[in-house]
Ligand binder design. Structure first.
Ligand SMILES: Cc1cc2nc3c(=O)[nH]c(=O)nc-3n(C[C@H](O)[C@H](O)[C@H](O)COP(=O)(O)OP(=O)(O)OC[C@H]3O[C@@H](n4cnc5c(N)ncnc54)[C@H](O)[C@@H]3O)c2cc1C
Length: 444
């Protein structure tokens, strides 16, 4: 089995951890690694596209060798597939057959295992829920090497804890997934300009019936223009053209000098982008890549933030408090002079009862910030505002939340720990993140 020592990081390039990375080529190698290895603890890693430290530890098991299962029932759209495949690879096989993944995050490069472990949400959460709501069975390797099956009816507690469980219950080997029918590889989209945050919310509400919706915000505009942006809506076309088109990509060759990214360049970028979207407002026919994964067109775009890396701060606020809470948080960010290339606002549907799943019925906002010392006190302030409004921070994006912020945001953490203790009594599966937020720290 391939094993080497290497520096690892997530998509935000912060933090970095020196790790022993083992790459089992199949389930048997994975089992012997867990049974024979003397390493006290480890975490599994998919594509390494979570932003912070959820797939970092001193011992890391690469999950991309888990690719032995692929079985599609062409009648029902039930797909049984190994966790190491990326969503892009899955789409590459199913679109031409008239099937589609029911939920897609903003990049197609994540592994199936990573999408389940984060219980990823897409631009259709308000209508279709999160990734794990479309699963049948999961096959999971527990810490002792035993492989078990769980589903909403068989070992339901293990199933619920593993959906959104950030790799802490066991290693997901394969999943059964109900695909959605499509009759076109194209999307019909509309882009609607919004003069301020209030209009963004109004448009998202007004178009709550659209299958996919998201708003991009200029998070540097002030005064009556604060939160101006564009609301993007999309539906599947029905013209019968079915083929998956791989788009060409361009790449960022090296980490940009951090000084290029300052208040002025961000304001410039946001203003140009806002006016560009206003000019291009209207209806369009788009391929899946352009509709769902515009950022995948620029390989390594995370290098734009420079060598120090960046943090994405994504939170959700529930119910009626969401609009006012997001306005206050955006105001605080603007007053602090911090900006974000991309600020994304989405409407969310109901929570699903998984103890660590992120979504709550309300709104989620994601902001990217260059890593610098002055950022951390601001994020601590934002944490307090998020909690005051009954919200929580997304584990898949987090690199710095404290134990107390985690516990208040995820009140079911004790239920999760109870299940973890049953299936992993020695706490073998743990990450830098799970130690930091007190799920697997010394106190356990
Ligand atoms: C550009 C970009 C856009 C994104 N947009 C969205 C979005 O719109 N919505 C959203 O919800 N998320 C989004 N994400 C976050 C992403 O969906 C999650 O972080 C996802 O977990 C990444 O999958 P991965 O394969 O890279 O996992 P990794 O980053 O490698 O790991 C993430 C977690 O999954 C666990 N894990 C990985 N494989 C397995 C396995 N086989 N068994 C058990 N646990 C496993 C790891 O232990 C870790 O805790 C985005 C990320 C990027 C970079």
């Amino acid at each position: 089995m391939n094993q080497n020592r290497t520096m690892l990081h997530g998509w935000g390039r912060y933090p970095r951890v020196e790790a022993r990375l083992s790459a089992p080529a199949n389930v048997e190698e994975l089992r012997s690694l867990l049974r024979d290895d003397t390493a006290a603890s480890c975490i599994v890693r998919g594509s390494g596209l979570s932003y912070g430290d959820s797939s970092l530890a001193a011992d890391v098991i690469g999950g991309s060798g888990l690719r032995q299962t692929w079985k599609l029932d062409g009648e029902t759209g039930l797909l049984r597939v190994a966790a190491g495949f990326s969503l892009r690879e899955i789409l590459g096989e199913i679109v031409a057959k008239g099937w589609f993944l029911p939920v897609l995050p903003g990049t197609s490069l994540v592994s199936l295992g990573g999408a389940i472990a984060a219980d990823a949400h897409g631009k259709n959460h308000h209508r279709d829920g999160s990734f794990c709501e479309h699963l049948g069975e999961l096959r999971i390797m527990l810490a002792n090497g035993e492989v078990v099956t769980c589903s909403p009816v068989e070992r339901p507690e293990l199933f619920r804890a593993s959906c959104g469980g950030m790799g802490l219950t066991g290693i997901i080997l394969e999943a059964e997934l109900q695909l959605a029918r499509i009759s076109s590889a194209y999307m019909l989209s509309a882009s609607l300009p919004a003069a301020n945050l209030g209009q963004c919310f109004d448009l998202l509400e007004e178009h709550g019936g659209a299958q996919y919706s998201v708003a991009w915000l200029d998070c540097l505009a002030r005064g009556t223009s604060m939160g101006r942006g564009a609301v993007f809506l999309a539906e599947h076309a029905t013209d019968g053209e079915l083929h998956y088109c791989n788009r060409n990509t361009m790449g960022v060759p090296f980490a940009m000098p951090g000084m290029l990214l300052n208040r002025h360049s961000l304001a410039w970028f946001n203003a140009i982008y806002f006016h560009w979207r206003r000019i291009r407002a209207g209806n369009k026919r788009l391929g899946h890549d352009a509709c769902f994964f515009p950022l995948d067109g620029i390989r390594n775009w995370n290098l734009l933030y420079g060598r120090a890396g960046f943090l994405q701060y994504q939170f959700v606020l529930p119910g009626d408090a969401a609009r006012e809470g997001i306005r206050l948080i955006l105001e605080r960010v603007i007053d602090a002079g911090k900006g974000s290339f991309l600020s994304v606002l989405k409407k969310m549907g109901p929570a699903n009862g998984n103890p660590l799943s992120f979504p709550l019925s309300g709104y989620t906002l994601a902001l990217d910030f260059k890593r610098e010392a002055s950022l951390f006190p601001l994020l601590d302030d934002l944490d307090a505002m998020v909690l005051d409004h009954g919200g929580r921070i997304y584990l898949a994006k987090d690199a710095r939340m404290s134990e107390s912020v985690f516990r208040k945001g995820y009140p079911d953490w004790e239920r999760f720990l109870e299940i973890k203790r049953r299936v992993d009594p020695e706490f073998r599966f743990r990450s830098a993140q799970s130690d930091r937020i007190g799920l697997t720290g010394a106190a356990q």
